[in-house]
Design a protein around this ligand. Structure first.
Ligand code: PEP
Ligand code: MN
Length: 345
């Protein structure tokens, strides 16, 4: 059940609802509704006439199973990562190496990526590799390098957490947790990360439906974080030409279902360096709130995912063209809306 409360709803209304939920042993979480009030999400039936309580403006007993993530719960949300806003209309670039390699290399990437237009630094310290014999990441040493690169650039850091036991450690360094494709449905990890209340970048499982993706976001939210950003990173299809197929239906499709921001990862989504720019632009044209891009000064010699990694200079080009694409679309939409059809005939 979703209960919307006016800005001036008395504390007693919240207490009554929370007590009624506790009496039935069901979860209840309060989050902002994005327009000044709050929304209470209740994970089951509770007793009492909730609609009659002072300050209750709406009760929705029927809603999507991912009620907190649903657009039925609240207006579009903006997620803050450090000082960077995701979802406020200005596309955000998260960029950095697939894996953190050395301190010097990471600082160089961070400085040049920032110069190219990135505002959040990415980099894996714990890596989910298909082969156990591939480079598994530097672990805590990689996290330390990320913290130093953050200091050098002022960019907040997003990095992957793979296991419940790593959450405290990664949380000491990260401004935003990344939950990777292979862990999207690791419910124990989602619950544990959700409980930290920190922002989370949730990547879509490469075989996950949109509903499953949103239910994983719901796990995070039901356990304590309001700040979830979704990432479309490509799915598996019958066609094996590309490593993955970037599902751009997901971007406008998710915008119809959820208030959460959504970004696009054109590197994992294609597995091919030459496709990163066109699919970045397509993602932004489809309405994405930003991009996650793998960047390295020498992609051919990167320790992981070099074949889908671009240089900082290429990122700079993408950033400029992406902004031009976004502005052109907004201007064209405005012009078409403002110009009556008869006048264009
Ligand atoms: C990554 O971002 O480096 C990564 C491993 O992504 P994914 O979980 O989408 O494969
Ligand atoms: Mn990668």
């Amino acid at each position: 059940m979703l209960v919307t409360l006016a800005q001036d709803a008395p504390i007693s209304t919240r207490t009554t609802i929370l007590d009624a939920a506790a009496a039935r042993g069901v979860m209840a979480r309060i989050m902002p509704d994005g327009i000044g009030g709050d929304v209470v999400a209740i994970g089951g039936k509770i007793d009492g006439d909730i609609a009659a309580l002072p300050g209750v403006t709406q009760v929705q007993p029927i809603h999507k199973p991912y009620m907190m993530a649903s657009l039925e719960a609240r207006s579009a949300s903006t997620v803050m990562v450090g000082g960077v806003a995701i979802g406020n209309g200005d596309p955000v670039i998260m960029a950095g190496p697939c894996s953190v390699e050395t301190r010097e290399n990471l600082i160089e990437i961070a400085l040049t990526a920032k110069e190219a237009g990135a505002s959040i630094l990415r980099g894996g310290a714990f890596k989910p590799r298909t082969s156990p014999y591939s480079f598994q990441g530097l672990g805590e040493e990689g996290l330390e390098h990320l913290a130093i690169a953050r200091e050098a650039t002022g960019m907040p850091v997003v990095t992957e957490v793979m296991e419940v036991d790593q959450v405290d450690l990664v949380g000491q360094y990260a401004d935003m947790f990344q939950i990777g494709s292979r862990n999207m449905a690791n419910f124990a990890l989602l619950k544990r990360v959700g409980r930290t209340g920190k922002p989370v970048l949730l990547k879509r499982g490469f075989s996950a439906t949109i509903d499953e993706f949103l239910m994983s976001a719901e796990y995070l939210m039901a356990h304590g974080t309001n700040d979830v950003v979704l990432c479309e990173r490509g799915i598996r299809t019958f066609d094996t030409t590309f490593r993955f197929n970037l599902d751009l239906n997901a971007v406008p499709g998710l915008k119809e279902l959820t208030h959460l921001p959504i970004i696009v990862d054109p590197c994992h989504g294609t597995g091919r360096r030459s496709l990163v720019k066109p699919m970045s632009l397509a993602g932004i044209a489809a309405g994405a709130d930003g991009l996650m891009v793998e960047v390295h000064p020498d992609p051919d010699n990167a320790l992981s995912d070099g074949y889908q990694t671009i240089t900082p200079a290429e990122l700079g080009t993408i950033n400029r063209v992406m902004r031009a694409v976004r502005d052109t679309i907004l201007d064209a939409e405005r012009e078409v809306t403002e110009t009556p059809l008869a006048a264009t005939a």
